[in-house]
Design a protein around this ligand. Structure first.
Ligand code: GLC
Length: 477
């Protein structure tokens, strides 16, 4: 199986490994921990932003696209990370934040015409920011500027050929430095209606409570405008064959225009699904139906730095069954750092550093049972939660640990053949055929029979029935 359909491990650099004792993770820290990724058996790492940034959105507000923030290291540190990863057979994906820059980027000052503006007494339309409130902020007595996220993140105008050329340069820069692919941040916000019409209401429910204010809106004008292909084509042209995974915040059945140019898009139905058979089956079917430019179009994730830990959303009881699900789906599978040891959400008293409350899923990685979790020798930027309860070192030694289970699954994924088909059956079960094996996941509330055949891997010791929260992978007789 090509690495492109393998496993991408998401590193949130602030919280992975601190190498210089400032309490914040950095690129040399990632390099020092590559052994973990190789031991796990993943194919690639995606590194969330490490570029110079005023950190209004912890790095998703970039003030220089072709450098490394001193807090995270330097360009030579990136080169060393990439070389070390490649030497271990790991590919490297970087995060391309193409929709907006930091308001402190020199472009905003030197090329205001590269951004989206409106004039008048009031915002020109009903477009909203992902984090709440209008997407427009007053700049001076006459002008408003557009920001799909925080006001510190003005949106670029991709109708301007100079913007396209500048971002193509950025893509070429990282490809030349060894990047094997890109995760395209908020790429659904790239193309807006040039007439700036209001977004109409929508009947299709989609989205999590974090984005509650967005429910019931059809974002056909503030995002996803029909000319998106032109912008994506330019990114593809600069990226060559690099793997392009889009963060397209739309139901999977609407990803087609994106997948003409991108390899994959994240399936938000899964990352937002509760542990409920109907919702899970819908998520799997929706993502599996999508075709990309190079094979299956789905990238699957259970957690990330925005939407929280799946162990908290699904419940600990269902953790292993969920891992088995993730590792047997077609396309690319993404593991968020710490999920492999079951890092949970922080204790209730955590200070909400991030303005929309996402820090609870950005706690430092727990490498060992020391109070600092092996993450940092000084005070970590966020508290280390429960290193004695779960950490990499202890779980590596224990063949029955969650980490060991993930590792078995990861090895198993490499041997899965192509082909995917949902199977009918018990309403509490998500059942499908993947290559030459069958998977059954009991997300209902009653025991069900294990499918006939040889059980290759299961979440519980071989038994005649799968209890609620258990799953099995079976080779049919
Ligand atoms: C994406 C990122 C998120 C960020 C936003 C704005 O959704 O995953 O963390 O806040 O884009 O860049």
């Amino acid at each position: 199986m090509s690495w492109r359909e393998g496993i991408v491990y998401q590193v949130y650099p602030r919280s992975f490994q601190d190498s210089d004792g400032d309490g914040v993770g950095d690129l040399p820290g990632i390099t020092a921990r590559l052994d973990h990724l190789e031991w796990l058996g993943v194919d690639a790492l995606w590194v969330s932003p490490f570029y110079p940034s005023p950190l209004a959105d912890f790095g998703y507000d970039v003030s220089d696209y072709t450098d490394v923030d001193p807090m995270f290291g330097s360009l030579p540190d990136f080169d060393r990370l990439t070389a070390a990863a490649h030497a271990r057979g790991l590919k490297v994906l970087v995060d391309l934040v193409a929709c907006h820059t930091s308001i402190q980027h020199a472009w905003f000052r030197d090329h205001p015409e590269w951004y989206v503006w409106a004039r008048g007494d009031r915002p020109p339309n009903n477009w909203t920011s992902a984090f709440g409130g209008p997407a427009w902020t007053r700049f001076d007595d006459e002008r408003w500027y557009l920001h799909s996220f925080y006001p510190e993140q003005p949106d670029l105008d991709w109708r301007n050929p100079e913007v396209v050329a500048a971002m193509q340069e950025v893509v070429r820069f990282w490809v030349a430095r060894g990047a094997d692919g890109f995760r395209l941040d908020a790429i659904d916000r790239l193309a807006k209606d040039p007439q700036m019409r209001d977004d109409p209401p929508s009947e299709e429910p989609f989205g999590l409570p974090l984005l509650d204010h967005e429910r019931g809106r059809d974002f056909r004008h503030s995002r996803n405008a029909a000319w998106i292909g032109e912008a994506l084509g330019a990114i593809r042209e600069a990226a060559g064959d690099a793997l392009l995974i889009g963060e397209v915040y739309l139901p999977a059945h609407k990803h087609a225009p994106y997948l003409e140019h991108l390899d994959r898009a994240f399936v938000f139905e899964l990352i937002q699904s509760p542990w409920e058979p109907g919702a899970l089956r819908h998520a799997v079917a929706a993502g599996a139906a999508v075709e990309g430019r190079s094979g299956p179009g789905a990238t699957w994730a259970l957690s990330n730095h925005d939407f929280g830990r799946f162990s908290a959303r699904f419940g600990r009881r269902n953790e292993r069954a969920a891992a088995l699900l993730l590792m047997t789906l077609p396309g690319t599978a993404c593991i968020y750092q710490g999920d492999e040891i079951g890092q949970g959400i922080g204790p209730g008293g955590d200070p909400p550093y991030d303005r929309v409350g996402r820090d609870v899923f950005r706690h430092p990685m727990q490498w060992d049972r020391t109070p600092g979790g092996g993450f940092s020798v000084s005070r970590p930027w966020l508290p280390v939660v429960d290193p004695a309860a779960r950490n990499v070192a202890d779980q590596r030694e224990d063949p029955g640990s969650l980490l060991s289970f993930w590792r078995e699954l990861i090895a198993l994924r490499k041997g899965l053949g192509p082909g995917f088909r949902m199977l009918d059956g018990d309403p509490g079960v998500i059942a499908y055929e993947r290559g030459n094996v069958r998977v059954a996941i009991n997300a209902g509330d009653a025991p069900v029979a294990v499918p006939d055949g040889e059980v290759v891997l299961a979440t519980a010791p071989a038994a005649a029935a799968l209890a609620p929260g258990d799953a099995a992978l079976v080779k049919p007789a």
